[in-house]
Design a protein around this ligand. Structure first.
Ligand code: NAD
Ligand code: USQ
Length: 399
């Protein structure tokens, strides 16, 4: 592959392995990241289960194993528009991959500061990216990481198509209006709300400025290592398990490893989409190879491998490890039970053969959780963030 790609948020969980994968594929890769994810860890007193190297050590390790240079700019894209625009102007990339948002739903619901921060940071990073492309007359392909959470989790008896809904509104005398609209959003957290707002920004800039945009509606990412991050210890990817940033599967694996009952929220009837990190990086590469044309609506792909119910996941891990399951009060406001069927036809058509949980979960448990078990901090496990403004005493407790 050739061409230059600017990765926004390239120090993060999805961005770092993607940067390495694209660099290994032959793209000329550069990263912009303000390292806010690392600062939030410090603020929360949390840290990745895997010991992650500094960004300088990471880039030096990549240089040592491949001879490839990945330039890095520590710029806050939300706060420093002109600094960011200068980088885009200097690089004039063929594509921009945008991961640079605050991505935790629980963190976004913690309080006034976190709600404000998440809205400001996420909407501004997206808008500044679009604005810089227009201001510089850059004909680059923007690939953004969105979420399947924008569809909401009401039980709909249909397969959710990729981003759009065909509607027919019957009028009088047999006439009707037909249109294709963005699938109505139903965000379940301030974080998910920012992804819904992103969609409108994309729709506007694609229509008004003919920007070429692909929005990847990604499910919950699990797994840690990719072929590239395995090449040197300093390249290891992050693995979050704390109550704010740990996603459900990572948390269950860590809990099982230390004999902590698996914290199923409510009945565990929530159904969600999942994808392995190795497929995240492949999907981004496939999206880059298949850009939309100027003037097209933003292209939306559902980036999921499969859907699973939370209690079924817990049972799967309990079966593998002998862990106990605890049904705890749900700190979130979400449907108690929901069905979820998502089309992922676009990526299947592009040749993706996704990794499924049954195939690799055991390897993940041994390779990562087993290897770093001594670094697990039990105090980080309880979910501290509530969706209600009132305090519900006794909810945050150690099991
Ligand atoms: P992450 O927090 O690990 O990475 C995001 C990176 O962006 C961090 O390195 C952070 O420092 C950087 N960043 C944030 N705001 C910035 C700013 N203003 N300027 C410069 N850099 C900034 O998150 P992730 O898990 O890698 O997620 C990446 C993207 O993928 C997010 O947009 C997220 O919404 C989306 N996504 C993630 C998952 C998942 O399960 N992890 C699932 C679906 C979608
Ligand atoms: N859950 C539990 N127990 C836990 C943690 C979570 O039962 O210990 C439940 C939650 O209540 C929820 C489900 O598991 O019903 C998923 O929670 P999660 O924290 O794994 O995922 P979520 O908050 O949805 O967010 C993650 C990423 C986010 C991404 C999203 C994709 O952090 O960036 O956008 O997955 S999606 O789910 O499609 O919205």
């Amino acid at each position: 592959m050739s061409g230059s790609v600017l990765i926004l948020g390239g120090d993060g969980f999805c961005g770092w392995p993607t940067a390495l994968h694209l660099s290994a594929q032959g793209y000329d890769v550069a990263i912009v990241d303000n390292l806010s994810r690392r600062s939030i860890d410090d603020q929360l007193g949390a840290s990745s289960l895997t010991p992650i190297a500094s960004i300088d050590e990471r880039l030096a390790a990549w240089r040592s194993v491949t001879g490839k240079e990945i330039p890095f700019w520590g710029i806050d894209i939300a706060a420093d528009y002109s600094g960011f625009r200068n980088v885009v102007s200097q690089r004039r990339p063929d594509a921009i991959v945008h991961f640079a948002e605050q991505r935790s739903a629980p963190y976004s619901m913690k309080g006034v500061n976190e709600k404000n921060y998440t809205i400001d940071n996420n909407v501004r990073t997206t808008h500044h990216t679009l604005l810089a492309m227009v201001e510089l007359g850059l004909d680059a392909h923007l690939v953004h990481l969105g979420t399947t959470g924008v569809y909401g989790y009401s039980t709909v008896d249909m397969v959710i198509a990729e981003g759009y809904l065909d509607v027919i509104i019957p009028l009088e005398e047999g006439r009707s209006i037909r249109d294709t609209i963005l699938y109505p959003t139903q965000p379940g957290s301030i974080y998910h709300l920012t992804k819904s707002l992103d969609q409108l920004l994309f729709q506007f800039y694609a229509q008004n400025d003919r920007l070429r945009i692909t929005d990847l509606h990604q499910g919950i990412v699990w797994g840690t290592q990719t072929a590239e991050t395995r090449r040197h210890p300093a390249l290891v990817n992050r693995f979050d398990y704390d109550g704010d940033y740990g996603t459900v599967l990572n948390r269950f694996l860590v809990e099982a490893a230390i004999g902590y009952p698996l914290t199923v929220h409510g009945t565990g009837g929530q159904t969600r989409g999942f994808i392995n990190i190795q497929d995240t990086v492949r999907c981004v590469a496939l999206a880059l190879e298949n850009p939309p044309a100027a003037g097209e609506k933003p292209r939306i792909f559902n980036q999921v491998a499969e859907t699973k119910r939370v209690r079924d996941l817990a049972e799967m891990i309990a079966g593998m490890t002998g862990a106990q399951i605890a049904f705890v009060d749900n700190p979130r406001k979400e449907a108690v039970e929901n069905e979820l069927a998502l089309s992922n036809q676009s990526f299947l058509d592009l040749g993706l053969a996704p990794i499924l949980l049954e195939e690799q979960l055991f390897t993940e448990t041994i390779e990562i959780v087993g290897a770093y078990k001594d670094r697990i901090d039990r105090e980080l496990i309880p979910a501290q963030s509530l969706w209600t403004t009132g305090h519900r005493p006794g909810l945050v407790k150690h099991l």
